[in-house]
Ligand binder design. Structure first.
Ligand code: HPA
Length: 276
């Protein structure tokens, strides 16, 4: 099915279930970080499986549903579980949820993920200040979706400075030492080799993961304001002696979850004045 038609079908199906609710901030919760969605004032919950044509999340630790509601009066849509390119979806399908949330009214996209640390260790949080997406195909390849943005979008300031200041302030008031750095998206699903991690470090990456940059690019194309936080789940391959497992990533995300929830809720509440 053509990408625009599929998106419009998903949009009609979701919009029809929202009784006029318009989300302003879209949050994508990464591996093991979905619990935040269980704590908000909920307006509607829609499983991805209820939306015809919508890609399904197949990863352990990703629930696969939209939760609509409010965080301290800010209307939000939360993706409790994202869709990854490595699950076998086309890049167009992988980013469809972002365009859908944009169409539903979201102005800000708040991305989160679990990532491997290159400059930082397990348990640390990294505010994303820029990304490297060169190792995955661009989500903007194909006919340009004019309703969202231009053919050749500028990417000189993908992650919004003002939002980053708000997040840093929230971190400070909650006693979180929030690092800052560059996120690199690899395709996954395999973890990287030590030589790749050394290369990524040389290229300027501070953390590596399997998502996020493609979502940020599509949101940037569509005129959204973007911010993102990586929860460092492990030292990237070759930087410690241990082989990596998804269980280790999930365990680390579990440990970070309580502080992560406080940080995100407080940051979103402070974004109130940024919305129109
Ligand atoms: N590499 C890629 N993705 C990841 C990692 C990693 O080390 N940890 C969590 N997600």
């Amino acid at each position: 099915m053509e990408a625009t038609v599929k998106l419009n079908n998903c949009y009609e199906s979701v919009k029809g279930k929202l009784n006029g609710f318009v989300p302003k901030v879209a949050l994508v919760l990464g591996s093991g970080l979905g619990a935040l969605a269980d704590e908000i004032e909920t307006v509607a919950v829609i499983d991805y499986s209820e939306i015809e044509g919508f890609p399904q999340s197949t990863v352990q630790g990703h629930k696969g549903r939209f939760v609509f509601g409010k965080i301290d009066q800010v209307p939000v849509v939360i993706m409790q579980g994202r869709v990854h390119f490595y699950e076998g979806y086309s890049m167009q399908d992988t980013v469809l949820p972002i365009r859908l949330m944009r169409k539903l009214g979201a102005q800000i996209l708040f991305l989160t993920n679990a990532a491997g640390g290159i400059s930082f260790g397990a348990g640390e949080f990294m505010l994303i200040t820029d990304h490297i997406s060169t190792f995955v195909t661009s989500p903007l390849i194909g006919s340009n979706m004019e309703e969202f943005g231009v053919r050749f979008p500028d990417m000189s300031a993908i992650y919004d400075r003002k939002l980053n200041t708000i997040i840093q302030a929230a971190a400070k008031s909650n006693g979180v030492d929030l690092k800052e750095g560059i996120y690199l998206q690899a395709t996954g699903p395999n973890f990287e080799s030590p030589a790749e991690v050394r290369m990524f470090r040389t290229l300027g990456a501070d953390a590596v993961g399997m998502s996020t940059a493609c979502e940020a690019m599509v949101a940037n194309h569509a005129g959204m304001r973007i911010c993102g936080i990586s929860c460092i789940a492990n030292l990237a391959c070759g930087l410690s002696d241990n082989p990596l497992t998804h269980d280790e990533v999930m365990e680390a995300a579990d440990k970070s979850a309580p502080m992560f929830k406080v940080l995100i809720k407080s940051a979103v509440a402070n974004m109130k004045n940024e919305l129109c």
